[in-house]
Design a protein around this ligand. Structure first.
Ligand SMILES: Nc1ncnc2c1ncn2[C@@H]1O[C@H](COP(=O)(O)OP(=O)(O)O)[C@@H](O)[C@H]1O
Ligand SMILES: [Mg+2]
Length: 515
């Protein structure tokens, strides 16, 4: 079935020429006079705009009217591509395109043949999205898709950067699936999940008897990925010694199994991902710069969801439909108010967090529809509690900005202090975890001994300071009491234990009338 393209008749002369060119190019076209008619067509409520939901819409004019805005919102939510023809008198077409949320735009006068070629490209992109499951009509996601198309056919290493949950693994898989390697393995290794020795054996394999517990030879992930793609997740967490070995693999595609003497040659494409800036890690000296350059041959950045909020309604609707089907629930959808709360929320866990929340709401919402009150308070309040919205930051007076900046700096210092204290604490609890029993010979368990610096020590657990119903100052008072008891009344030591200055302690003793 040919793709269906609707053309708005706002600029009639253009519309006629574009219509003819699209027909010649083999599309099923229809000209529509009112933008609202197109909107109902997009929403599947047909009114004289032909019989099928469109795949793309060409807007020939009237882009600044409110009807166009409404149409574009509906199109985005239904993943219908839009191409806007921008007036030559408009100042910045790129700005307009982004503001309106058009998928693409061309400046008038346009060559009808170019319009047809652009529509074809947009529809190819749309098919690519259907194939890879990467949703989003925002410019950011469209740029990512262009890159995926360009990067898939080659074997160069790719580095994907972005916060957790922004879709790094999804993109890596898409590159593999569109590449000539698609018939071969796609293997994921999380570099942050394992300590150095285990990570090396995981990546490169080991020979029998190479270390305690290595009862059999075991193939590493690089060997298993031969001919295919290896996805190194959280590569920024890789220990330095392993970084050296990875560099060697990237340089000549060869490595040694742990305890092995023979170099092994593989044909593997490497895609690495990181949720922190590798450039910063290089500056801090925790990541090798030569390895960074080797990994960063091609790069993709996935912006956080809060920076592409226009994609949220589409994600929400798609996830609702998916989970309603999966859990076999008749589900109406979401109220406009609830959707607005979700669009405005902060989403520190990005698409993953949004997707998980939608799943739980589809399962739990009592009325078969998500309403504002079904949204958990932390999501709802997270939006209202935000002191500055990025968009309005410009409007904040200089003084307030300075105050915010100072508060942020203070917060950062407190965080660093907290981290330092956690790191300085001696390992107190020893925990035995069994790992790696999966693909190894019987009885070859490796035991890893790890100490968890955050785990409370038995002593620090002893005096329970908080009891339900206590206020913060009561908790504080109890903590001071406990510290004084522990240090037998030594105020300097007590202040140290509590991590506050001696003068602060004196002030608090006075405040709470402790003597
Ligand atoms: N653009 C997107 N469209 C649809 N689903 C997405 C998108 N980005 C992320 N997801 C989904 O969100 C979840 C987290 O994505 P993932 O690729 O694991 O993120 P990351 O590797 O960056 O932590 C997955 O379920 C993934 O399918
Ligand atoms: Mg991930």
């Amino acid at each position: 079935m040919p793709d269906r393209v609707l053309i708005t008749a706002d600029d009639l002369e253009q519309a006629v020429r574009v219509n003819a060119a699209l027909e010649r190019a083999g599309f099923d076209t229809a000209m529509v006079s009112s933008l609202d008619d197109v909107r109902s067509a997009v929403r599947g409520r047909e009114q004289g705009a032909g019989s099928r939901e469109p795949d793309a819409i060409v807007l020939t004019g009237g882009l600044h009217e409110s009807t166009a805005q409404r149409l574009l919102t509906a199109a985005r939510e239904h993943a219908v591509s839009t191409l806007g023809l921008v007036e030559a008198t408009d100042e910045d077409p790129t700005e307009i395109g982004r503001e309106l949320g058009l998928t693409a735009w061309l400046v008038k006068p346009v060559d009808p043949g170019e319009v047809a070629a652009t529509v074809r490209r947009l529809l190819e992109r749309r098919r690519l999205q259907q194939r890879t499951g990467i949703l989003g009509e925002s410019a950011a996601i469209q740029e990512v898709l262009v890159k995926i198309e360009q990067m898939a056919p080659v074997t160069s290493t790719v580095l994907i950067e972005g916060e957790s949950g922004t879709g790094k693994e999804l993109v890596a898989k898409a590159i593999h699936d569109l590449s000539p390697r698609r018939g071969k393995a796609f293997i994921t290794v999380n570099c942050a999940a394992l300590p150095e020795t285990l990570l090396e054996s995981e990546l490169f394999g080991h020979e029998k008897g190479s270390f305690t517990g290595a009862a059999e030879r075991r193939l590493g992930r690089f060997e298993l990925a031969n001919g295919g793609t290896i996805f190194l997740d959280e590569v920024g967490e890789m220990p330095p010694a392993t970084q050296v070995k990875l560099l060697r693999v990237l340089e000549d595609r060869s490595f040694f199994r742990v305890g092995g003497a023979q170099a092994i040659q593989v044909d593997v494409r490497v895609i690495a991902a990181t949720n922190k800036s590798l450039k910063e890690a290089v500056a801090l000296g925790t990541f090798r710069d030569d390895l960074f350059y080797r990994l960063n041959v091609l790069s993709i950045y996935l912006p956080p969801l809060r920076e592409r909020r226009s994609d949220i309604p589409l994600l929400v609707r798609t996830f609702i439909a998916e989970f309603a089907k999966m859990h076999d629930r008749a589900f109406k959808g979401i109220t406009p108010e609830a959707l607005q709360i979700i669009v405005d929320a902060d989403w520190p866990g990005n698409v993953r967090q949004l997707k998980n929340l939608i799943e739980s709401m589809v399962v739990l919402a009592p009325e078969g529809e998500i309403r504002s009150r079904d949204i958990p308070p932390d999501i709802r309040e997270g939006t209202r509690g935000l002191p500055v919205r990025i968009e309005s930051a410009k409007a904040v007076a200089g003084q307030e900005l300075e105050f915010i900046f100072r508060t942020l700096v203070e917060l950062k210092m407190q965080l660093e202090e907290l981290r330092r204290r956690i790191e300085e604490r001696p390992a107190e609890r020893v925990e035995v975890i069994e790992v790696g029993s999966r693909e190894q010979g019987a009885g070859s368990r490796m035991i890893e001994v790890s100490s968890d610096p955050l785990a409370p020590s038995p002593e620090s657990l002893a005096p329970v300071i908080y009891k339900p119903g206590m206020t913060m100052s009561e908790v504080e008072r109890a903590a001071i009491d406990a510290a004084l008891r522990e240090t037998r009344g030594n105020r300097r030591k007590a202040a140290e234990t509590l991590g506050i200055g001696e003068r602060t302690l004196y002030r608090k003793l006075k405040e709470y009338a402790i003597d």
